[in-house]
Design a protein around this ligand. Structure first.
Ligand SMILES: NC(=O)c1ccc[n+]([C@@H]2O[C@H](COP(=O)([O-])OP(=O)(O)OC[C@H]3O[C@@H](n4cnc5c(N)ncnc54)[C@H](OP(=O)(O)O)[C@@H]3O)[C@@H](O)[C@H]2O)c1
Length: 312
């Protein structure tokens, strides 16, 4: 007898990865999932509804949920039949780039409120039910920046590192309750994420930043960052496909990177646990060997290195 569908609640489905994942799960040929695709502003639901097509109202429903608002979380869960979430996907997130001196503490706190405390708030809401039923899966969309610092992404990377530490700690206790945690770590993904960041940067003045640092940000970091996205960026479809596989696994992994093209940058940290190698090479590539960096990114972009999705 086929088992009943698992209820999957996903945050941040107005665009990008959340939207793509919600739709792929809703279209599962074996109808294994009942997707609650949430977003903070239901005024943006049209794109999701169009992509959901005939699954809308069947295997996919759209609901309001702002991860920064306790009342919104409670209201959303109260509409789920039985209130039981089998799979929670913490996807909602925002970026922040720029020289530290020019960013206010309030702006930095809003990144943590969304990326870190938003995920914690949802976990606190669904965990009692998962523990009672002694089953569940919590998927967290982290980033390679949850494992590795990147220049001028200090606060965003910190929020993803915070997720990594929090969920790795929680995973130990939750195994006792048959609840799994999976941290998904994509490299750059071709969504609105970068466009939103660039819009933010174009309006920001970064007051209090010295001209040398501002120059490094505008003339060095921004061009390399956009070249990196073009060279190694994955489609949201591919990353969502990797997450679907993780959700359907009987023994889901604690960590999963999704982009093989990003591996050369990641191994530097593994090769030298002191961290010196990664910091030195990243520094040299940006400040001393920019031609080598541009050439490497150009080679990665040429497509001779297949951009595999993990797990296959
Ligand atoms: N794109 C990348 O290069 C990349 C790489 C690694 C990891 N990630 C991670 O992937 C996740 C999804 O990002 P994406 O690339 O799909 O970008 P995206 O298209 O900008 O999606 C972000 C989603 O989060 C939502 N969101 C923001 N604040 C929220 C809040 N308070 N409550 C509920 N939803 C909120 C946004 O809603 P609104 O439309 O209302 O703003 C949007 O739906 C994020 O956690 C991001 O950090 C992205």
């Amino acid at each position: 007898m086929a088992s009943s569908p698992r209820t999957v609640l996903i945050s941040g489905c107005s665009s990008g990865l959340g939207l793509e994942l919600a739709v792929q799960l809703a279209w599962d040929p074996r109808k294994r999932y009942q997707v609650v695709a949430t977003m903070r502003d239901l005024g943006k639901k049209e794109m999701l509804e169009v992509a959901a097509g005939e699954t809308l109202g069947k295997t996919l429903t759209v609901a309001q949920l702002d991860v920064c608002d306790d009342a919104s979380v409670a209201q959303c869960l109260s509409h789920i039949e039985g209130g039981d979430v089998d799979v929670l996907v913490n996807n909602a997130g925002m970026g922040l780039v720029g020289p530290l001196e020019g960013l206010s503490i309030t702006t930095m706190q809003s990144v943590f409120d969304t990326n870190f405390f938003g995920a914690v708030r949802l976990v606190k809401a669904v965990l009692p039910g998962m523990k009672r039923r002694r089953k569940g899966h919590i998927v967290v969309v982290s980033s390679v920046m949850g494992l590795q610092g990147v220049m001028f992404n200090d606060v965003y990377a910190a929020s993803k590192f915070a997720l990594e530490g929090f969920f790795e700690s929680l995973a130990i206790q939750l195994l006792q309750f048959n609840i799994f945690i999976s941290l998904v770590e994509p490299g750059p993904v071709a969504t609105d994420f970068e466009g939103k960041l660039l819009a933010q940067v174009s309006k920001a003045e970064f007051p209090g930043t010295d001209p040398e640092t501002l120059g490094y940000f505008q003339d060095l970091y921004l061009p390399v960052s956009s070249q990196l996205s073009c060279s190694v960026g994955q489609s949201p479809k591919d990353v969502a496909k990797a997450i679907v596989k993780i959700i359907s696994a009987t023994q889901p992994p604690l960590r999963r990177q999704t982009n093989t093209r990003y591996v050369p940058l990641m191994v530097l940290k593994d090769l030298d646990p002191s961290g010196r190698l990664y910091v030195r090479i990243a520094h040299h590539l940006l400040f001393r060997w920019p031609r080598i960096l541009h050439f490497s990114l150009h080679c990665l972009a040429c497509g001779c290195h297949p951009n595999r999705v993990w797990p296959r």
